[in-house]
Design a protein around this ligand. Structure first.
Ligand code: PMP
Length: 305
């Protein structure tokens, strides 16, 4: 990934992809104190447009605020950096990765007097789990790793260090022949996937865990809004793993994963064992929305040109 043509926005300017480097004593590399976003731009009639850019930028600033990092740019500048990263790489659609990290001015946990850097890269990233998964769904397992406790790491922050837990869970799931993990919170209730929020459908009601220990996903917000607009009741509540086993449908949501049906959990087939009708309806609304084919909320699209 580091050896390719293209440009990366780094600390206020676009630099060549191969030159976008940091020192080995970069503080965030050692302790994981950094914040990032995962954003997507889709090919629309007006060219590449970033979906819910402002909400992603707002979450980046909230994450930084939670960790006590002061970003040296305005939100408008960070929005522009993301537009530039897509536009200047001539991408029709893209995954966009802004990340703020601490510099190499000093080591140690005190982490004072360190420069806050910001980078934004953009590249093509097709369906996160492949095209088939969008209809067939994925096999998942309950993780042996507990999701973050609210007073251990900060669950409202999309913080670099939080993702060690996600990676351990995902690796365990992959090693056991599944495609994703379902993490439970410290009390044993369903929290989320390694990089996705989770939803269930049971008797035409849509359920998702409360925001206690899962990330406040922007796709989650979109799907909840669509569900209510379609007349479904949406309930945020504590969910147990066996409620997932007996759901009619289950799916993940996330910027990278989009709307992804879940075929089975721990070997128990969920519903029909492939994408169910409610998931299909919401998934197609989502793809029409992000590609600018619906009239609803045009302010969610930010063209890069
Ligand atoms: N949970 C976790 C842990 C995530 O990393 C993500 C991806 N950012 C999500 C949920 C989904 O969030 P969003 O829909 O904003 O991408």
């Amino acid at each position: 990934m580091s050896d390719r043509d293209g440009l990366i926005w780094l600390d206020g300017e676009l630099v060549n992809w191969r030159d976008a480097k940091v020192h080995v004593l970069t503080h965030t590399l050692h302790y994981g104190m950094g914040v990032f976003e995962g954003v997507r731009a889709y090919n629309t009639a007006e060219g590449a447009a970033i979906f819910r850019l402002q909400e992603h930028t707002d979450r980046l600033f909230n994450s930084a605020h939670i960790l006590g990092m002061k970003l040296p740019y305005s939100k408008a500048e960070v929005n522009e950096a993301q537009r530039a990263a897509v536009r200047e790489n001539n991408l029709d659609s893209a995954y966009i990765r802004p990340m703020a990290f601490l510099g190499s001015e000093g080591m140690g946990l005190r982490a004072d007097n360190l420069k806050v850097h910001l980078m934004v890269a953009a590249w093509e990233w097709p369906a996160y789990m492949g095209e088939d998964a969008k209809t067939q769904g994925i096999k998942i397992r309950t993780s042996s790793y507990t999701r973050h406790h609210v007073n251990i790491t900060m669950c409202k922050a999309k913080a670099n260090g939080n993702y060690m837990n996600s990676m351990l869970a995902l690796r365990e799931a992959l090693d056991s022949g599944c495609e994703e993990a379902l993490l439970l919170d410290n009390e044993g209730y369903v929290a989320e996937g390694s990089g996705e929020n989770v939803f269930l459908v049971k008797d035409s009601v849509i359920y998702t865990p409360e925001l206690t220990s899962c990330l406040d996903g922007i796709t989650r917000r979109t799907i909840m809004e669509f569900s209510r607009n379609l007349g479904y009741e949406v309930r945020e509540k504590r969910i147990t793993r066996d409620e997932v086993y007996i759901a009619d449908e289950a799916f993940f949501t996330g910027t990278a994963a989009e709307v992804l049906p879940i075929q089975s959990l721990d070997g128990r087939v969920i519903g029909a064992g492939h994408r169910g009708p409610v998931t299909e309806q919401l998934q197609s609304m989502y793809f029409e929305q992000v590609t600018g084919k619906r009239d609803y909320k045009p302010e969610w699209q930010t063209p890069v040109k």
